[in-house]
Design a binder for this molecule. Structure first.
Ligand code: HEC
Length: 270
């Protein structure tokens, strides 16, 4: 009942906020959604003033911002859990960031351009100039960081995703974080999951890779590595993209280690 009530309140606050100037941030942790207005965040959290080399402006800009980990903690997140953060921008753009990168690289949620009461310097979106409000993700180290560090603006949602829970059937449980199958799993998640399932979890464009037979049971290791590298060298008109220049030999070695491990962890067959 209490849960139901809070859902109703949340739904009401979201629709209300849409009608006015909306600075509501939805934070989803372990499937539970909470909404915060900027006033609530300002009241609960320490504000930091940072000057960063902003890739959207090509000049240093000073922002008032919250440490992203503080925002997540406020929503009940345990920094040790949740492998990945999924950000949600107003236009549907949804980049993800590995949770571990937050602390090591200083991730902040900017809520105001310093010294500006209302307005932010607009940023380019296609041909238009738009305000980055209500929030955007910034990295204290500036724009020299690579593609793993997106700077999405117009943020309205952050979700902490725990892969072990969300993808329980294909997650390599109890495998050390630096072991080959775990590296392989991460590569699988980034490059393969959108098309392939393992234990029937994942994309459906390509075949299931573990049940009833695991690919390592009927492909020899050498051909399997070569196929993953460049499926077009085996099947004309393959719908599987080439990974030449994308994945290294070590990446593919780790992928095969992950697939081979899953052979011993098949979904119980009916
Ligand atoms: C865009 C979708 C797509 C992506 C991404 C993709 N694949 Fe595929 N894959 C396919 C399709 C479609 C097939 C079946 C057609 C074929 O064999 O050429 C396939 C076939 C395979 C096979 C052969 C299965 C069998 O039983 O013969 C393996 C192994 C495989 N993919 C592994 C991978 C791995 C590993 C990755 C990630 C590095 C990956 N694929 C990424 C679409 C994809």
């Amino acid at each position: 009942m209490r849960l139901l009530l809070s859902f109703i309140l949340l739904a009401a606050s979201i629709s209300l906020a849409h009608a006015t100037t909306d600075d509501t941030l939805e934070v989803v942790v372990a499937g539970k959604s909470r909404a915060f207005t900027r006033a609530e965040l300002e009241q609960a959290l320490t504000s930091h003033t940072l000057t960063v080399d902003d890739p959207d402006h090509d000049r240093p800009v000073t922002y008032d911002a919250f440490a992203l980990n503080d925002v997540l903690k406020l929503a009940g997140a345990d920094p040790a859990h949740g492998d990945e953060l999924v950000f949600g921008a107003r236009d549907g753009y949804a980049p993800t960031v590995a949770h571990a990168l937050l602390a090591s690289h200083g991730a902040y949620l900017a809520y105001r351009e310093h010294g500006q009461a209302q307005d932010w310097s607009p940023v380019k979106q296609g041909k238009a100039m738009v305000s980055p409000a209500p929030y955007f993700l910034l990295w204290a180290q500036g724009k020299t960081l690579g593609a793993e560090f997106p700077w999405p603006y117009q943020l309205i949602r952050i979700e902490v995703v725990d892969f072990a829970t969300k993808y329980a059937a294909l997650y390599p449980r109890d495998v050390a974080s630096d072991a080959a199958p775990m590296h392989g799993f991460k590569t699988f998640k980034t490059h393969c999951l959108r098309c392939h399932s393992v234990n029937l979890q994942g994309g459906e464009l390509g075949p299931e890779l573990n049940v009833p037979k695991n690919v390592t049971e009927y492909w020899d290791a050498q051909h399997l590595r070569a196929f993953i590298h460049d499926a077009g060298a085996y099947h004309a008109h393959s719908k599987m993209p080439s990974f030449v220049g994308v994945l290294t030999d070590a990446d593919i070695e780790n992928l095969v280690a992950y697939l081979a491990l899953m052979k011993t962890r098949k979904l119980a067959q009916p």
